[in-house]
Design a protein around this ligand. Structure first.
Ligand code: AMP
Length: 128
């Protein structure tokens, strides 16, 4: 089944300027803003400006320029936030939840950048 983009999702409204956001970075391809319910001292969402639902949708349907632009924006945001280990930061985690099993709440691709404290295991083990 092909992806159908819902242009009424909350991040589409943010991109259109209909809802305010706490912007960290913006360029032609991406917008980065602070998560409204942060789960770590650093919690920023990076979204592409195009209408993509999930990472695989974006990877398969976006132009090369969009893919490079989005990827570079994530790199710039990590540097801006001071979490990049390559620049003396303590590290971070990127997460892009997709679909039902991925527990995606907002149906516009977004990459979470989390950091500012030790983040624990990537996933809980079944017996934890
Ligand atoms: P998910 O789709 O599960 O990856 O998570 C969506 C994320 O968007 C959650 O961490 C929310 O706290 C965040 N969120 C929802 N609405 C807003 C908003 N208006 N501004 C910033 N972050 C938001």
């Amino acid at each position: 089944m092909a992806y159908v983009y819902d242009d009424q999702n909350i991040f589409a409204k943010i991109l259109r300027g209909e809802i305010p956001n706490d912007t960290v970075y913006e360029d032609e391809y991406a917008l980065a803003f602070r998560d409204i319910q942060p789960q770590a001292p650093v919690h920023v969402l990076v979204i592409p400006k195009g209408p993509y639902v999930t990472y695989d949708h974006f990877a398969n349907a976006a132009t090369d320029a969009e893919i490079v632009g989005y990827s570079r924006a994530i790199g710039k945001v990590c540097a801006l936030l001071g979490v990049s280990p390559g620049e003396g930061g303590q590290g971070y985690r990127t997460i892009a939840n997709s679909g039902d099993d991925g527990v995606q709440e907002v149906t516009h691709l977004h990459t979470h950048i989390l950091g500012g404290r030790p983040l624990g295991r990537m996933l809980q083990r079944a017996r934890d």
